[in-house]
Write a protein that binds this ligand. Structure first.
Ligand code: TAP
Length: 454
């Protein structure tokens, strides 16, 4: 185990050191999980449910501590970090209702009785990115545990602190040893081992499309179950018949939330040409008003980027000759700061327009009519999210049905709700998380025929 240092992205100061898990230690954790899972699946449904409720209560009692850890580790504004800590509690609470409701079916057959069972998979590996360490951990962890699986979570190397604490809180709440293990460390070591080890029966991966493709190939060797939540390049489509003031006032938050490090960032604003000039007039003050600064302050709306390396990668999309329409502010001095930046006009082949920048950079592109808006919105390998602004209900429904993306909002930029399904079309992912059906992704259907002829 080699310890490594965690830096605060707002100050560049060390926060703590964390042990990096080795491949051999990952194997040992998988062996412990296999043993623990055999007992966990045998825990009576009501008892499993009440342990999960105790876990949710424990997370709730430590919500402020978790939020402050996320401020220090990830630079999330404290208001957002509190929401994230609340979400992990809510997701555990929601799936705590599942164990007693994992019913099978009885299907009429001749000569006997036919029933189905929802059996747990076994050991599930969760590979979590650095952008939303708490919510994304919970989306896989809670339904997997509720369905009777053991979970091994690998947080992103840079942002393991809340996941480590959540693992401790699970034990304090009474979850048996080995049922939930958190292994900080490198994706190329711990994550890769989870993918390669035959005893891990399912991988839930959230991260870049590039790494997701490698993981899919690795899982194929074992026909391992897989959920993928990958990148995005979502469109915010603003029609001339919309409430332009509202569309412009909210557009910055739809892309600059979490400093743009959001898979659902609406990083391409498409505006009907007839209202482009007016929209830009309204957008400029809204962008300049975004409060960028110390994430520990309650009024802060946008914090720093996660690392120096990531800031350099974002900055490459805004070279000196970039078509900057206008920018917001960012603090000077230490911290990985990058100001909210609006680029227009941009070509359809500009990297800032085609790539997932994963930073506070948005492009604005005009379109003429509904058909063109749909064509442009869909002209991307991604399909995760998007917004449609219009006062015409028929158009809202037509466009929502035509845009190839898993999560759309009309006249809003709604964030993820844990009780509705979430996931991507095309190269944004495979499968769905959250909502009432997530248990299906953590169980196998077993069909049993019982003869009445004997
Ligand atoms: P990645 O670089 O893909 O890393 C994601 C996770 O995979 C990290 O824990 C990483 O470990 C691990 N990993 C890296 N290489 C691996 C390998 N060979 N085998 C197994 N695991 C490996 O992504 P990121 O930069 O952290 O996150 C940003 C990306 O995530 C963006 O594309 C974003 O859109 C996407 N994202 C998608 C969603 C949804 S819900 N669709 C939500 C959030 C983020 P390390 O810590 O060592 O890098």
């Amino acid at each position: 185990m080699t310890a490594y240092t965690i830096l605060n992205p707002a100050t560049e100061q060390p926060v703590t050191t964390v042990p990096g898990t080795s491949a051999a230690e990952t194997d040992a954790a998988i062996a412990r999980a296999e043993v623990a899972q055999r007992s966990w699946r045998a825990v009576a449904p009501g008892d499993r449910a009440s342990l999960l409720r105790a876990f949710a209560a424990k997370v709730d009692a430590h919500g402020e501590e978790l939020a402050q850890l996320e401020v220090a580790n990830s630079g999330h504004p404290v208001g957002a970090a509190r929401w994230e800590a609340g979400q992990i509690r809510d997701v555990i609470q929601y799936y705590a209702a599942a164990p007693e409701r994992l019913t099978g079916r009885q299907i009429p057959v001749a000569g006997g009785v036919d029933v189905t069972f929802a059996e747990p998979l076994g050991v599930v590996g969760l590979i979590v990115p650095w952008n939303f360490p708490m919510p994304i951990l919970s989306w896989g962890m809670a339904p997997a545990l509720a369905a009777g699986n053991a979970v091994i979570a690998k947080p992103a190397e840079m942002t393991p602190l809340t996941a480590i604490r959540i693992g401790e809180l699970a034990l304090e709440a009474g979850l048996p040893e080995g049922v939930l293990q958190v292994l900080p460390g490198k994706g190329s070591v711990v994550g890769q081992r989870l993918v390669d080890h035959p005893a891990v029966r399912k991988i839930v991966f959230t991260g870049s499309t590039e790494v997701g493709q490698q993981i899919m190939a690795g899982c194929a060797k074992h026909v391992k179950r897989l959920t993928l939540e990958l990148g995005g390049k979502s469109a915010n489509i603003v029609f001339a018949d919309s409430d332009l003031e509202q569309a412009a006032a909210t557009a910055p938050y739809a892309v600059f939330d979490n400093a743009g490090q959001d898979c659902c960032a609406r990083s391409r604003i498409l505006v009907q040409a007839a209202v482009l000039d007016r929209f830009m007039e309204l957008l400029e003050p809204a962008v300049k008003d975004v409060k960028v600064g110390d994430p520990a302050l309650a009024q802060t709306e946008m914090g720093p980027l996660i690392s120096a390396g990531h800031r350099a990668s974002v900055a490459r999309y805004v070279p000196d000759n970039a078509p900057v329409a206008f920018r917001g502010s960012a603090p000077d001095g230490p911290g990985y700061w990058f100001p909210p930046t609006v680029l227009a006009p941009v070509g359809f082949d500009a990297p800032a327009y085609t790539d997932e920048v994963f930073g506070p950079v948005v492009t604005v592109t005009p379109f003429e009519d509904e058909a063109e808006a749909i064509r442009i919105a869909n002209d991307t390998p991604y399909g995760l999210s998007g917004s449609i602004w219009t006062g015409n209900v028929g158009r809202a429904i037509r466009v929502a049905r035509a845009v190839e993306a898993g999560n759309l909002s009309v006249n809003s930029h709604s964030s993820v709700r844990y009780w509705t399904p979430f996931g991507g079309f095309k190269q944004s992912g495979l499968g769905r998380e959250l909502g009432p059906d997530a248990l299906d992704a953590f169980t196998e259907t077993k069909n049993v025929f019982i003869s009445t002829q004997a």
